[in-house]
Design a protein around this ligand. Sequence first.
Ligand SMILES: Cc1ncc(COP(=O)(O)O)c(C=O)c1O
Length: 372
Amino acid sequence: MAQDKIITVTSPLLPDLDEFNVMLREIWDRKWITNNGTMHKRLEAALCEYLKVPFISLFTNGTLPLITALQALNISGEVITTPYSFVATTHSLWWNGIKPVFVDIDPATGGIDPDRIESAITPRTTAIMPVHVYGKPCRTREIQEIADKYGLRVIYDAAHAFGIEVDGRSILNEGDMSTLSFHATKVYNTIEGGALVVHDEKTKQRIDYLKNFGFAGETEVVAPGINGKMDEMRAAYGLLNLRQVDDAIEARHQVAIRYRQALRPVEGITFWDDMPGVRHNYSYFPIFVDAEKYGMSRDQLYSRLRDNGILARRYFYPLISNFSTYRGLPSAARENLPNATRMADTVICIPIHHELTEADLDRILDIIVNKR
Ligand SMILES: Cc1ncc(COP(=O)(O)O)c(C=O)c1O
């Protein structure tokens, strides 16, 4: 039976409105509302500290840092990536006139399978764009070894990887650059927003030029840049959200603990446990449905949840390689992507966020566990 309250897959972390107003008053008084203002600088510094990274450049969303990273590194030809992601990953290649080459994923992480990268390399390959999907770290060491062997760049789409650490080290320090998304649906949000993490000051400078039309000073344009700047309002919002993101992550962690406890005995439903040594952010809780063992298909369960007001999402179905823009690429063939295909066909991300109540979790689990 349908219930009144709709439960969404996530809920945006919102700053306290009174505190936000105080920040807005400051901005109003300064009358400097964008273009590397005080809030922007403060947020970059605060994020470097929180994320344990040396340099970060804020953007207006998480797509432009991908596009800009490719520009900054002069990437061309072919780039190896995976189809198990949000479509912006591959779109960023397309916007740079680069041919995406899809490689299958490792079913243990959802990230690119390093064992399949080498056979996809051609003389035109210039870079690898892996995705830390759901914030689960890719096999970064093996990826870097291949990149070093063939002289390739590595740009991580780390849109989901806010705050992820492996053995105390930020995953954002891997590769040549990493991008973040601060979209409203992410564990840390600035409504719309994003960032590019780089390892040295010179590159940070170049990125800052590129996100401001290529301007280096008032009268000089050093590159065909774009407008990717974050404004002061969203930077202020981001400063406030940074203060409460740890509590939100812990609340999500508690939801994950409850889900794992309740779902472990359910035949035909699988999920991931935490990885040893990894600080997770619990931004998603994907479950995988084996229709035969569970007695219901993924889509039947998805519809049943929906019919009961629970808006789970099938991230990442369909695969990017199945969208009409990319379907014709040789690497998009189903036979090339068996693990990604299986994952996309069986996954449901069930609700996880900081505001879920015990009653919400009971409702969700009652449907999945008792198949009501
Ligand atoms: C893996 C991935 N890459 C890139 C993006 C693009 O980020 P944005 O929506 O902030 O442009 C998203 C998210 O929305 C994403 O999930």
